[in-house]
Design a protein around this ligand. Sequence first.
Ligand code: SF4
Ligand code: SF4
Ligand code: FES
Length: 372
Amino acid sequence: MPRYALRLRRFTPETRPDAWWQDVEVELDAHRSVLDAILEARERDGTLAIRFSCRAAICGSCGVRVNGRSGLACHTQLGEAAATASGGVIVVEPLGNMPVLKDLIVDMDPVHWAKVASVQPWLVGADPGRELEYEVAHETMVDVTQAMACIQCGACVSDCLSLEVDPAFVGPAALAKAYRFAADPRDADHEGRLRRLAEDPHGLYDCTHCFACIEACPKGVAPMNQIMRLRRMATTDHAIDDGNNGRRHEHGFVANVRRNGLLHEAELLTDSYGGRLHPRTVPVLLESLTAVSRALRRRKVGLRDALGHPHRGRFPEIARYVDEIEGRPERVELNLYVSGYDDEDPGAVASAPSGEDGANAATGPNPRRRRP
Ligand code: SF4
Ligand code: SF4
Ligand code: FES
């Protein structure tokens, strides 16, 4: 049987003030999990603490970092972990961005659960007195099944780069949860939800599209994609002109690409604030002068690129594409995630991921009507 070396990050405030490392070796089959190895180590040292329950990637309790990547200890095989281990030692640490309580257990209350609670994670019924159940068309729920697969493990929160910089950021898991309700056809508070998240300086527009949450998520929730869907709903469907300039930035971005064929970053700031001469733009331009001169000095951008239009006229078809897409009466959200059943194709049966309510749904487009 193969032997595996593990280095466990320990924090035992009852005996030592600082965190420390413990090296252990276990003999287990390669297909056994990192959680199995940790539990084997705990048999020898009962002071080692880890949170777990289902051992089957369902309960979301055993989130840890293995070799620097956040995920579920019970869903990471020892053989896979050893393959990415530097020097052959599998390093196991508690999740990031959350305070460590003991060893591999973090306090998820302030950074995770408080934020999930802040996005009103329940349906607001249009008619609270209604006695009959709501009837919902199968395809209208396709959009939200991906977010429903979340098991609240915190892996995405642990790896979120924006949260590292701004601990007040609502964060990927809570925003995915927000989308689950904002896109549910039974909810009566779509616009209120979107407006609160758009106006929050730590909300919708605080995500930097780094993709880390997509890579970390063991259930395929792709939180960043849900955040982008929330933004499209806020900007395109509800035309929410937020104080964070998010909607104008999105429009400025599209106008910039349409005009230049490719993104011309030097004009993005002025485009986002309404043009060079707009009163909103002037203070922002003045504020950014230091950053611009620093970028020029460090040759991150050249004067020719900053002042000229390097791509203009080279890709005339881009404007046509943009006009065609913008001119469509409906915006189509493609959900390529759901692996549910298809009534007409029994061969395509596959189980949907376990989640909040274990829902299955067919993959497909979900048209959203544009505002007139
Ligand atoms: S894509 Fe956004 S939410 Fe996801 S980890 Fe990056 S900054 Fe955080
Ligand atoms: S979105 Fe994924 S990584 Fe984040 S809490 Fe939910 S299941 Fe875990
Ligand atoms: S123990 Fe339940 S998800 Fe790992």
